[in-house]
Structures are given as structure tokens and as C-alpha cells.
Design a protein around this ligand. Structure first.
Ligand code: DGJ
Length: 568
């Protein structure tokens, strides 16, 4: 074929277009959005169990169910041991099956590179790698015990891992450049050192006693004002030194060992990230096992991309877009808050599968402009239309054009109520908005009947001064003027003038005058693809406690359009 200038330009234009169509991140206000096929996208996801994409039959069985559940994205392991069972020979049968099944079931895919490390261990390295421990050395404990953890200080380990990973990325590029089914890649899985806080191999010890790299010191200096408080404190305790070995700069304790190790992991991951970017440039992230339950580094996987190490990871692995938390412990709202930072969007690749996932999803999108949420071992969830996650994802799918329009603009809040947190008060314009768990109403006695409460949660979106979208499940919301103070807790007032509502003492006090806020209308709506509203029904009477509040009962998810008015 003779190449004319026109055909060359045409091919260049096509490939630029394909590149632009690839999933990427974009900043909107204080939010970072994931753009898929040119539009902002919220990952209503789920992660498959570790061994659930290891057979063609399982992939064929699980994916249609994920579609029925209403997911738009599935997180799936790409197993190094199955991709390169024989050194240098690659097999992408499972990867291809995942991509094809995803397309058939209208799902996007996030591949998880189960490479050198999976939950600290190196169990997904191929057998030829495991056996050749001389070429691919292990990490050692302080006592000299070799671990089933490949050493991040070994160039051979990196070369083998990087070679296989680059084959995977090339394969994805070759089969998916046009369709863009694969929207992100996770590098390794829950990297971290166990048993001890750092590797004690010879190479590691040598570097531990060497100077802290200048790049890191320069980063700490440059970002001193925004460093994580724990990092600032550790560095400050040693006098903010600008030169020295790891212990001179950060002190002599386990947390310094952890910082040193995090630097090693981050630098290793950075090289893989650069490989990925040079082949197929889609967003990249790493995930972390949490440092929960008062455990120390080494008791929890030390040195992963944890919040208190975010400076080390950001400096060491700048090509990684997101440090992502895996959430299995109590304290959901507290954990997620730690990972939504100005330089780190919130993405939750794993959260314990539970009936609360539906409201958790609402919370992270409303409160933190999250990129996505993915309950783990999703194939074990229910695909019943009544299941909380199925209801939740259906409503969030509808809400997507609206939420993505308002992301990063400071007009949305997430609500989350569990047995500890039952109330949240928000102030907007001249309004005081009291949001409660559905079961904490004074006239509702179910709170006292000993039943276990499902968590409640939702999104409160301010459209204008007198117009709100309220969506979610298990929430009750009251609007009043900020200066209004006509009802206060009786306990502050003494004995007279009490009224008792559902066992709670409430006192009416003298009205001070001024405008009051009233609920004008509450309509259940459907959001259309272009973000406009379609009326379903008016909610009034018992459904709004005769106009006193806006409510979405436990067990159902809905989207309400609320108009307020004022009176005197
Ligand atoms: C977190 C890991 O990242 C997952 O792969 C899985 O092992 C879960 N823990 C627990 O099942």
C-alpha cells in the first residue's frame, strides 16, 4: 500500500482519538473524576473473590450475575502464575475471557495485577520463580528467616515481574485500545511486609544505613505544610534534618523501618507504573490493608500505601494516581476520610460485602466525590431486585449525570448513620438541616426494641437555595432556619413545659419571630440520562410526617426532589 500524506494523517488522527477515548482522570473543582468514553463515570463496582476468575466456566457463570446486580464495573485479578506458567511463555486466555464476558454483560473491567505481591506474600509468582530463590531472593526477618515474600530490593525480582506485567499491558492494549473496556489497573495487591516492619536482607540493610535519597528530603521540604501529621512529627522530632541515614532523619523505631520499606515498595511500583503508562495509558492505583486494631508495622502489612505513608508513596510513586483503602474493619466513615485528600481521590477497591454496602456507596459519592466503591467477593452477593446493593446501584446509576455534574463544587454531602452515629447537622445558606437515622425519631419506638439497625445513608444535594435532591435509604431530614430555636432539649431547661414524644422530653419555648422554613413539596423522581427529572409521585401526609420532614424508609432506596418555602 502506498502511504499518502492524507492516510498518514488519518492514522495519526485515529490513534490520537483512541488515546483520548481511553479512560483517564480529570479534575473538576475539588474532585478528581474518572472519565470513561468522554464522560465522567462512577464505578458501581465489585471485586471478584481471589480464585473466581481462574476458570473459564467460573467467569462465564459470574459475569451475567454481576450484570443482574447492576454493577457497571468488575475488579478481576490477572494472575501472574497462570499468565506465565512457563518462563517467557504467556497465556492470556483468562484475560480475554474476562474482557469478552465484560463486554457481553455491559461491564467495565479493572484488572488487579497479582504479580510479585498479593497481601504481602508472593503466592501468585509462578512456580519457576518461587523455586529459583537464588535468582529471585526473599525478604528476611531480623532473625534471618527467609519469607515467602520476594525482596523488593532485588533487580531480578523486578525484571521478572515487570516483564510479565508489560506483556499483560501490551495484551490489553492490543485487544482493548478501541473499545476501552479496561478502565484502570491495580499494581500488585496489598503490598506490605509482615512479621517485621522491614526487609532485613543484605541489600536492604546496606540501603537502610545509607543516606535518605535527596528526592525524598526535597519533597518533605517542599510539602512541609501539607505533610501527613505523623510524617511531620517524626521528621520534626529529629530536627527536620536535611541529610542523614533513615534513623538519623526519622528516628530509631519500627515506624522508621516502615518508612524505609515504603520507599522501597513505592520506587518499585513506580517503575511498573511507568511501564504501564508507556504501553497503555489508563489510570493506575495501589491498594492497602489497613493498620487497624492497634497493630504495629509488621503485625499489619507494613509499608503499604497507607494514609500515614502517603507522602512517601506520592513522592516515590508519582505515576500512581490513587492510594486506595481496602476496608474490612469498623469505623467506615473515619477510614474513608483519611483517603480523600487534595492529592488523592477516594476509590475503594475492596470493602467487606454486607447489607450496608448500598448506603456506604451513597455516602462516599455524596461526601467524598468518590471514584467508586467495590464490595469484595461480589459474586457471593444477592442479585434479588430487593437486595440493598442492587437497589442502591440502580438509583446511583440514575443519579450519575447529576452527581458528576455537581462533584467538586461543594454542594453535596454524604450521610451515614449507624448505631454510633445517629445524627448530623448541616448548615446551608440560612438553613439548619438536621439529618437523622430513620430509627432515631422520637415517635418511632423501634429503636428501643433491641433489633439490629441496618445502617442508613444517602446524599443531600443542594440545587438552589430552596431546592434539594435527597437520595438514599434509612434517613430522615428536617429543615429549619438557622436562627430558629423554638425547640430545645428539655434537660437544659428544668422541669416546666415538657412534652414527651416517644420517651424523649422536648420543650416548646417562646417563639422569637422571623421567617420559618417549610417543606413545600416532596416528589419521588427518576433521573433521566440527560440529568433532567421525571416525576413519579408526590409524597405527603404520613410519608412526610404531615409536612414536618423528608424521609426515606429503611429497606428502600429512592430519589426525592424537595422544594422548600418560607413563612411567618
Ligand atoms: C484483602 C485482599 O486484597 C483480597 O485479595 C482478599 O484476600 C481479602 N483481603 C480477604 O478475603
Amino acid at each position: 500500500m502506498k502511504l499518502t500524506l492524507f492516510s498518514i494523517l488519518f492514522f495519526i488522527a485515529i490513534s490520537i482519538q483512541a488515546q483520548q477515548d481511553l479512560a483517564h482522570l480529570k479534575v473538576q473543582g475539588s474532585a478528581t473524576q474518572l472519565i470513561v468514553h468522554g464522560k465522567p463515570f462512577l464505578i458501581l463496582g465489585g471485586e471478584l473473590g481471589n480464585s473466581s476468575a481462574a476458570s473459564i466456566a467460573d467467569i462465564e457463570r459470574h459475569f451475567p450475575k454481576l450484570k443482574r446486580m447492576g454493577l457497571n464495573t468488575v475488579l478481576v485479578p490477572a494472575y501472574w502464575d497462570l499468565i506465565e506458567p512457563v518462563e517467557g511463555e504467556y497465556n492470556f486466555t483468562l484475560v480475554d475471557k474476562v474482557i469478552n464476558q465484560a463486554r457481553e454483560n455491559e461491564l467495565k473491567v479493572v484488572f488487579l495485577w497479582f504479580g510479585a505481591w498479593k497481601n504481602s506474600m508472593s503466592c501468585y509468582t509462578p512456580l519457576w520463580f518461587k523455586k529459583d530463590y537464588k535468582k529471585y531472593p526473599r525478604a528476611y526477618t531480623k532473625a534471618g528467616k527467609p519469607l515467602e515474600i520476594a525482596s523488593s530490593f532485588s533487580e531480578n525480582v523486578f525484571q521478572a515481574d515487570n516483564r510479565a506485567f508489560s506483556q499483560l499491558m501490551k495484551h490489553i492494549a492490543s485487544v482493548d485500545k478501541e473499545q476501552g473496556t479496561v478502565i484502570m489497573v491495580q499494581i500488585e495487591n496489598e503490598i506490605g511486609m509482615l512479621e517485621d516492619a522491614r526487609d532485613y536482607s543484605k541489600e536492604a540493610n546496606t540501603l537502610f544505613n545509607a543516606q535518605v535519597p535527596e528526592t525524598l528530603i526535597a519533597y518533605l521540604n517542599k510539602n512541609k505544610k501539607t505533610l501527613h501529621p505523623q510524617m511531620l512529627k517524626k521528621w520534626g522530632e529529629q530536627g527536620y534534618k536535611k541529610k542523614g541515614n533513615w534513623q538519623e532523619i526519622f528516628g530509631n523505631d519500627l515506624y522508621t523501618d516502615e518508612i524505609f520499606m515504603a520507599w522501597s515498595y513505592a520506587q518499585y511500583v513506580e517503575k511498573l507504573a511507568k511501564t504501564a503508562r508507556s504501553i497503555h495509558n489508563i489510570p493506575l492505583f495501589v491498594n492497602a490493608a489497613m493498620n487497624s486494631r492497634n497493630r504495629k508495622p509488621g503485625e499489619y502489612p507494613s509499608a503499604g500505601p497507607l494514609a500515614h505513608l502517603s507522602d512517601i508513596w506520592h513522592c516515590g510513586a508519582p505515576s500512581i494516581d490513587i492510594l486506595a483503602p481496602d476496608l474490612y474493619d469498623k469505623g467506615f466513615t473515619n477510614w474513608v476520610a483519611q483517603y480523600k485528600l487534595p492529592d488523592n481521590p477516594l476509590f475503594i477497591p475492596e470493602i467487606r460485602l454486607s447489607d450496608n454496602n448500598g448506603v456506604q456507596a451513597f455516602y462516599v459519592f455524596g461526601e467524598h466525590d468518590a471514584i467508586g466503591i467495590c464490595p469484595f467477593s461480589i459474586e457471593n452477593g444477592s442479585d434479588s431486585e430487593q437486595a440493598p446493593l442492587v437497589q442502591s446501584y440502580a438509583k446511583l446509576k440514575e443519579l450519575m449525570p447529576l452527581l458528576t455534574k455537581y462533584q467538586g463544587k461543594g454542594t453535596m454531602n454524604g450521610l451515614y448513620f449507624d448505631s454510633d452515629d445517629k445524627e448530623r447537622v448541616l448548615y446551608k445558606d440560612d438553613l439548619k438541616i438536621t439529618c437523622r437515622h430513620y430509627f432515631t425519631l422520637p415517635w418511632d419506638s423501634r429503636a428501643a426494641d433491641g433489633s439490629v439497625w441496618p445502617d442508613g445513608g444517602g446524599i443531600l444535594l443542594r440545587i438552589s437555595e430552596d431546592e434539594y435532591i435527597i437520595a438514599g435509604s434509612g434517613i430522615v431530614i428536617e429543615f429549619e432556619k438557622k436562627e430558629e430555636n423554638n425547640v430545645i432539649d428539655a434537660k437544659e431547661l428544668g422541669e416546666d413545659g415538657f412534652i414527651n414524644m416517644g420517651g424523649k422530653d422536648i420543650k416548646q419555648v417562646a417563639w422569637k419571630g422571623g421567617l420559618r422554613a417549610g417543606i413545600g413539596t416532596v416528589d419521588e423522581i427518576k433521573i433521566k440520562g440527560d440529568g433532567t427529572f421525571e416525576y413519579i409521585r408526590r409524597l405527603n401526609g404520613d410519608q412526610t410526617h404531615q409536612g414536618r420532614h423528608v424521609r426515606i424508609p429503611v429497606g428502600e432506596f429512592s430519589i426525592l426532589h424537595v422544594k422548600l418555602y418560607e413563612y411567618k
